[in-house]
Write a protein that binds this ligand. Structure first.
Ligand code: ZN
Ligand code: ZN
Length: 131
């Protein structure tokens, strides 16, 4: 394990966006109490884990994962709507949320929910303006 000087370690941590809360623990493999400046939360990163593209902060990394997960859910939901001939016109509000969409066969725009569309699709009925 490479040993680095405390000043170098602190400079590395600061460059990554965190402010040390305790003296350098002496090894890059040890957790080091710090505050992530972006979110202000306390973190215990290991310098050995620091690399570009990797999140220094567990809180921010969880938030980023949540955003990615929601984006994936939204993509799936939009695909389901399109398969049922509805074109979503607003951001995905969740399965039960009212969702403004255009019914492609007639061009009518109105609010529906993914649940209603799914329910019809599961029964083999195309969900349209008449219902
Ligand atoms: Zn953070
Ligand atoms: Zn229609």
């Amino acid at each position: 394990m490479r040993r680095i000087a405390a000043e170098e370690a602190e400079a590395t941590l600061r460059a990554a966006g965190a402010e040390p809360r305790e003296p350098y623990p002496g090894r890059i493999s040890l957790p080091w109490k710090a505050v992530h400046l972006v979110c202000g939360k306390e973190i215990s990163p290991r310098l050995s884990n620091l690399r570009p593209g990797r999140h220094l902060c567990i809180h921010c990394s969880h938030a980023a994962a949540g955003v990615a997960r929601r984006a994936k859910l939204e993509a799936t939901a939009v695909a389901e709507m399109r398969a049922a001939e509805w074109e979503p016109l607003a951001p995905y509000p969740g399965t039960g949320g009212r969702w403004l969409a255009k019914h492609n066969p007639c061009g009518t725009e109105r609010e529906t929910t993914l649940n209603s569309v799914r329910d019809k699709v599961s029964r083999g009925v195309l969900y349209g303006c008449e219902t």
